[in-house]
Design a protein around this ligand. Structure first.
Ligand SMILES: Nc1ncnc2c1ncn2[C@@H]1O[C@H](COP(=O)(O)OP(=O)(O)OP(=O)(O)O)[C@@H](O)[C@H]1O
Length: 255
């Protein structure tokens, strides 16, 4: 495997609070890599520096061999880095299909032209429908987005993210707020994407993390204390005492 994204010595502080404390990490092409850690560990801040929403104080971010450390969010999106969840992009008054078609249109660089002609509309809709098939929401294509259930909203957000044909998908707590049934639908959807898509996943749902991730990194107080396969992370004594142990014994960490 080769690294699609390489992070070197990444640092970020808010005032006196060091929130990203010298992170070094490679995300391999095609892997699902989960970042776990207690509330306030700095997971969202870390991912925001990968999407370009926040600039690091120090360190480097290399994407496919190119230094993107100072590139803004739009520039990174053009290179194929897409962030989803915690920032919803669903237009509630539009149909499910229209929501995805608009994302396809945005990718093709004409975001202000709303369905200009019939041929263009057919083409956009066909590509959008493919994305909906991939997430299992094609049967709701004509439904208004506001009529979808919470779980279906998540599926739609996935379809919107896929419409931009991302090379790296940054997913920030996709399972948050889902009941077990919804979580199971999302889990099977993500299993289908596994291997086709490089994914960096922040997640508190340990069942999802340990069944999906190829590798897991554990962030505590802004620093990575371990990176490894799920079985290695589960067995790591330092991880158990800093995070998983407390989680398994019902301690107030994580969700
Ligand atoms: N813009 C900001 N200004 C000041 N402090 C911030 C800012 N954003 C985050 N923080 C602080 O940085 C720390 C890390 O926050 P962050 O949201 O990255 O953690 P997290 O691991 O994603 O937490 P959670 O699991 O609860 O979502 C927290 O103490 C938070 O209060």
């Amino acid at each position: 495997m080769s690294a699609l994204l390489s992070i070197h010595g990444l640092r970020k502080s808010f005032g006196a609070l060091q929130v990203t404390d010298g992170i070094d990490l490679d995300i391999e092409m095609g892997e699902v890599h989960a970042i776990i850690g207690p509330n306030g560990a700095g997971k969202t801040t870390f991912v925001s520096q990968l999407s370009g929403q926040l600039m690091p104080d120090a360190g480097k971010v290399i994407f496919d061999g190119r230094d993107i450390t100072r590139l803004d969010m739009a520039g990174r999106a053009r290179l194929g880095i897409s962030r989803s969840f915690q920032i919803t992009r669903v237009l509630e008054g539009f149909s499910v299909l229209e929501n995805v078609a608009l994302a396809v249109q945005a990718r093709s660089g004409s975001s202000l032209r709303f369905f200009a002609d019939a041929a263009c509309e057919r083409e956009l809709n066909a590509v959008a429908l493919e994305c909906l098939v991939r997430v299992g929401l094609d049967h709701r294509a004509q439904e208004r987005a506001s009529h979808l259930s919470h779980g279906e909203h998540r599926q739609l957000e996935f379809a919107i993210a896929l419409a931009s044909q991302p090379r790296l998908l940054l997913l920030d707590e996709p399972f948050a707020g889902s009941g077990r049934e919804e979580a199971d639908i999302l889990l099977s959807l993500m299993r289908r994407l596994k291997g086709q898509q490089t994914i960096l996943l922040i997640e508190h749902d340990m069942q999802a993390v340990f069944s999906l991730a190829d590798r897991v990194s554990v962030l505590v107080y802004g620093a990575l204390i371990a990176t490894g396969r799920p079985d290695e992370i589960r067995a790591d004594p330092q991880v158990r005492s800093a995070y998983l142990g407390a989680e398994e014994t019902g301690g107030a960490v994580g969700c």
